[in-house]
Structures are given as C-alpha cells and as structure tokens.
Design a protein around this ligand. Sequence first.
Ligand code: PGA
Length: 627
Amino acid sequence: MTLSRLLLAATLLVSGFVKAIDPMGMFYKLNAYFGAWGMPFSDDSLILRSGVITLATIEFILGIYLLLGMRRRFTSVAICIFMSAMTVVSAYIYLYNPVADCGCFGEAVTLTHGETLGKNVVLLGASLIVFSRRRYLFRIISERNQWLTSLYSWVYIVALSLYSFHYLPVVEFTAFKEGADLRRAYWEPDEATPVALINFNLEADGTPITDSLLDVEGPTFLLVMPDVATADDGCNDRINDIHDACLDANYGFYGVVTYEADTAAVTTWCDRTGAVYPILRADLDQLRSMVRSNPGLLLLRNGKIEKKWSNNDLPRLDGEEGWRSAKKDFFGENPLLKLTLWFFVPLLIVIFADRIWIGSKFYKHHKFKKRLKTKNMRKKIVAGNWKMNLNLQEGVALAKELNTALVADKPNCDVVICTPFIHLASVAAELSDVIGLGAENCADKAAGAYTGEVSAAMVKSTGANYVILGHSERRAYYHETAEILKEKINLALANGLKVIFCIGEVLEEREAGKQNEVVREQLEGSLFDLSNEEFANIILAYEPVWAIGTGKTATAEQAQDMHEFIRGVIAEKFGAEAAENVSILYGGSCKPSNAKEIFGKKDVDGGLIGGAALKVADFKGIIDAWK
Ligand code: PGA
C-alpha cells in the first residue's frame, strides 16, 4: 500500500506540476485531441485554458492529499475515478492513434502510446490497492491542521499555472529554451553530412533563410505568431517601438507565421497593427515550441536563443542594460529547484509544527488519561475526625456552619465528618447531601449487655454512613488489637457502614525503617479475611502516628511512598482493580497550607483531618485543595 501510495503521489505531483509550469504546452496537446475529434478550440480559448488549469490542479492536489494522507476517503475514491478515466483515454489513444503524444507529462517526458497505456494500468492497480486499504493511510498532517497544507497547495498550483500562462513557462522542456544554440542543435556539427536534430526552418517567400539568420552575429528579433488570426494585438505599440529601435540599430526583426496561415489573416494583422516588418513562415509545431505565447518575442544572437518574452511582458531597450522587461526575474538560475523548495520548505515547516502540536497533545492526553485511570476514577475524600472535642451545641453549630459553606461553594470531593456518638443524630439533621456523616468508633459486639458501648447498628440508625476504625489513639489507649478491629469492621460492614480504616507506624518504627512491615501487618491482621465485595466499602487512612497532632507532617514524598506500598499490598491480596479503586487518605497534621502538595501525589486520594476539622475555614481550606 505504501509503495502504491508513493508511486501514485509522485506521478500525480509530477504530472500536475509539469502542466502548471508549461500550461500552454498542455493547451496545445489537449487541443490536438479536440482537433482530432473535429472540434478544436481557438488558441485564445479561455475554456480550454481553464481546463488545463483544472487538470493540473486536480492531479497536483490529489497527489499532495495522497502523500500527506489528507481526506483519505475522498482522495482514494477520486484517484480511482481519475485513473480509470485516464486508462480509458490511453486505451483509446493506443487503439485509434488520434494524437501524436498523450501529453501526460507535457513536453518533459514523452511516452509511446503503449507505454502510456501500460503506465496507466499500473497506476490504476495502485489506486485500487490504495482505495482498498485507505483506512491504513498514515496521516502525515493531522486532520485538524490539514486545511493549511491543503490551502497552500491549491494556491501554489493555481498561481503557478496562471503565472506560466501569463508569462512563459517557468521551466522549459522544448529544444527552444533560452540559451539554446540553434546552430549546434539544428545541425549535428561533428558529422560529415549534417543531420537535422530539431525541426527548425524559416522561409521568406518560399525560400529558406534559416542558415543566414543563424549566422547573423548581432541581435535578431522573431515575433512568433502560432495563430496570427487570434494573436493578441493589444501589445502592437510595444512591438512597433521595438521594431523601430531595431531599424535604428540595424537589427533584424521578423514576424513569423505558420505555413498554413491565411494571407488575408496576415494582411489583417499588418493593417491592424501597422506592422511593416517582413513576415516569415514556419511549421506550426515549431512556432508553438519556440515561444509559448501568441504572439511571443524571441531574441536570437549569434545562432543562440538569448531571451524570450510573452505578449504580456514585452521588453524595452534600456541603454546599457540591453533588452529588459518590466517583470522581475523571480526564478533566475535553477528555477526547478527554487520552485520545488518554495513548495516543500513551507510545507515541511507546517508539517513539523503540526507534529510538535500533535506530540504535545498526545503527551498531555496520555498523562491525563494515566492520571484519570489511576487516580480520578477513585473517590477523592476529605474526612474530619472531631475526636473528643466540642459539646453538642458547639458540634451542631460547627456542622451547620460547614454545611452552609459547602452548599454555597460545592466541594470537588466527598466530604465526611466523623463526630462523637452523642452528636450524630443532631448533626445528621443539619447536614445536606454534600456532607457525609460518620462515627469515630463502634463496638466489637452486635448488641447486648455491653455497658457503655455503641453498636454499628446504632451508629447507622442515626443517619451516619461511615465509621472510623483502627485509629492509632484507640489502638494505643484502648488496646484495640487487630482481632478486635476485625470484629468491628465485620459488624460495621454488615450494618451498611463504610469503614475508614486507619493504619500507620509510630516514630520508633519509622526510625527503625520498619514502617512498611508494620503497616502490612495492620492491613493483613484486620482486612485480609474480607471478600472483594466487602473490601469495596473500605477507605484506608495512612496516619503516621508521629505526625498526628504533633504539627509534624510526613513529607509528600513519604506519604506517596507509603501509599504506593499500601496499594501494592492491597493489589497482592485483592487484585489490581481493587487496589486501583481503593481511596487511601493521608492523616497527620494536615492543614490548608500543605494539603495541596500532599493531595497532588499520585496515590494520595484525600485526607483524614483532626485538629483542622474543628474550624470551618481550615477544613474548607483543605477541601478546596482539590480545586
Ligand atoms: P491531626 O489528626 O490532623 O490533628 O494530626 C489526624 C487524625 O488523627 O486523624
């Protein structure tokens, strides 16, 4: 497919390009077809000129679209249609031989009819391959920016065709290019018997004068008129000025018309323009090749073609400078190279910029997706832990105030407040659904004679949905072991509570480098008997004991390292999906000033907040870290 693509793109680009740099040549070739069908266009036909530009544009644009992988469906279908039509035309030419040359590549490459047909069959095959695999055409320019390369290609090819029509071909492929030494080209000089290499013959009243003209050392002007009847006479003042200047300087000046040109038409030209220069006759094809303009001016000196001008760009004699036209010479030396560079350099810059744009977009998207996958899918949570603070009235007032603040400014995360048992029911009545409610503990027994205890069912009945279990203060001061916590967790889950399960090492353990071991044991000891369904209701809170209430926070890196480790442990036991989905909060001296940095870490999904949860401004500051 890639080979077919490159072959087609290169052929289309080259054939569109050669038509655009020598549109008049293509005009003559196309007109040969219409002549063969008995309906030739006149040499100044605007319709056929438009046809030439259209053909050049179609080929060039299809070539560039295919090369860059733009509008793949349209392009591949259009190329199939185009190549089918061209194959039919070349089969027809092969069979009926209506014209001498098909004109595919203008004058640049001429093929026999058989070669043309063979070429088109191969290209048609290539276009079918491209069509059938069009979805796999690699896009060199992104869809979003392809309008730019498309627009640029259109402007380039149309402008080039118009320029070459108005002036002369920017690059010439005929034997009559500027600088050509006609004496050498006309006769093979090394042969004993000279051989004519190009068809060059000029006659004055039936007498050949080619040799004598080529021998003149000074300048000779030939005003070439392939079709005298339609030749542009708007420039005759200019021509007559040049003729006058030639008379003064004793330079030759001739009009040249075809052998077939009607004498009446020649006379009309002379009458209309006041021409008093001698008129020579020559072969039609030769005149068309000499200058691609009607009329066109050609300057011969010493047997060489020194310069050519179109009717739209006739020169003036400019003292020392010689004969100069008003037009700036854009192309100078190496026009082919310049034209190619003018097209491809800006195109490559656009493609390069596009690649960078795509690359950065892809990178961002990739990063975003990765974050989304690993983090944003998990719940982000900020939970408050009031501990043994605030009487009922103070607690209700705080809950009310917090609720008002969060209703007014919706949080970007789940917010939970965990309060003493006696607050729960009253606080529940004050909260809207932006805040979840939880207890700080629950009993390890379901119900019965356990004086002073509060069961998970009772917690649930207040309207609370969460419970903190395994907090380091309960482990340390109330001797809650892994076994007791396991009972509590089971009861909480059985009663439809979500568990915020706390884990974390003490300072000596951290200093001994045993934090991972400790945390792993805490997880294993209380959670590893859960099923995956049960585990889905667990929220983990890593709280390094040395950071709780001490004002000392773990660094964001320490938190991230531990959270990643915890997620790994969970993955081992409950699988990668459960590990990806479990929210792991950080707790321990979390404040508005450090929350953002800690929450910014990949595996940190929020915080469990003690002291800072007792003031609305602080707690909300931490919640807002998610914004
Ligand atoms: P702290 O407490 O934020 O006051 O350090 C955290 C906790 O114990 O949950």
